[in-house]
Write a protein that binds this ligand. Structure first.
Ligand SMILES: O=C(O)CCC(=O)C(=O)O
Length: 294
């Protein structure tokens, strides 16, 4: 089966019931131009400046050209130097609370939205096919309520060859799939017949956003460009009537810092420890063989 384009949902933004029905049916919603470009570009510049500081960019090229070295890091430690600085960026965490994301989700869910604080940024180096994200369900990695959703968007235009995201329509209805070890981000893939899935994707433009259910199977295209960095964010949200989370959800991604360290240079206070004001139900991580809550 060929890869078809996402159905675009921006025309339904003022029809939350139609959006909810489409999300329940397809397992995803794709919006062109949902977020204004300015905060995305500003964050990209902050991230690229960190990349530049650690020698990840090709010398002499303009910052926004995003020309990166394919061998910028060879292991965990070089990667964590860069990522730990990204995790401290106030604008990165602020973006997860972007009013357009929150209002879209609260419209769909008809109530308060809880943004997980464990925000993720990704930098995919040019020609790094082996590190490409394999087919998986986020629930396996995140756990807690099965009703959380992921919001993914690139911080530049992201055509397929740069490593856009693919989503398997309707795959959220198959329950939690078994996993096996795999190359690429996360190190685990869903055991699923890739050929039988109804894969959808697009050439993402800056400002486009995809939202998908915790059980929706998705994967990335490899970044097959010679010299471009693919920079993206993925954030997670659940409705407040789904208050179950695991501890990890309340910790910084990869736990390279404490929240206190992350907050050390922030100008504003309102986002610090904001989850303390939510009534969450924190549950243990499930071990293999445990039965997940439905
Ligand atoms: O950006 C990627 O390569 C993977 C993103 C992903 O799997 C997610 O957002 O859950």
């Amino acid at each position: 089966m060929g890869i078809r384009p996402f159905v675009e949902s921006q025309d339904l933004l003022d029809q939350p019931t139609a959006l909810r029905n489409r999300l329940n049916e397809d397992g995803y919603l794709f919006f062109r131009n949902l977020i204004d470009r300015e905060p995305l570009q500003n964050l990209l510049i902050e991230i690229l400046n960190i990349c530049k500081k650690y020698g990840w960019l090709l010398e002499g090229s303009d910052l926004l050209a995003r020309k990166g070295k394919s061998d910028a890091y060879s292991g965990y430690f070089e990667f964590t130097d860069v990522y730990s600085e990204i995790q401290k960026l106030e604008n990165f965490h602020l973006l997860a609370n972007h009013p357009k994301i929150i209002s879209t989700l609260s419209g769909i869910w008809g109530g308060h939205v809880f943004p997980h604080p464990r925000n993720i940024a990704r930098i995919t180096l040019p020609g790094s096919s082996k590190k490409t994200t394999p087919s998986h369900q986020d629930y396996v990695f995140i756990q807690g309520s099965q009703e959380f959703h992921t919001v993914w968007f690139p911080l530049s235009d992201c055509p397929k060859e740069l490593g856009g995201l693919l989503v398997a329509r309707n795959s959220h209805k198959a329950g939690i799939l078994p996993t096996q070890e795999a190359e690429g981000t996360g190190g685990l893939c869903a055991v699923v017949d890739d050929e039988a899935q109804e894969w959808l994707s697009t050439d993402f433009q800056l400002g486009d956003v995809i939202i998908f259910h915790s059980l929706t199977v998705h994967k990335a295209y490899p970044n097959i460009t010679d010299e471009l960095l693919r920079v993206s964010c993925d954030f997670r949200y659940q409705a407040m009537n789904e208050p179950v989370v695991v501890w990890d959800t309340l910790r910084p991604h990869m736990q390279l810092h404490s929240w206190e360290e992350i907050y050390s240079d922030w100008a504003r206070d309102d986002l610090k420890y904001y989850w303390h004001k939510y009534k969450l139900q924190v549950v243990p991580v499930l071990e293999p063989g445990d039965v997940p809550p439905t």
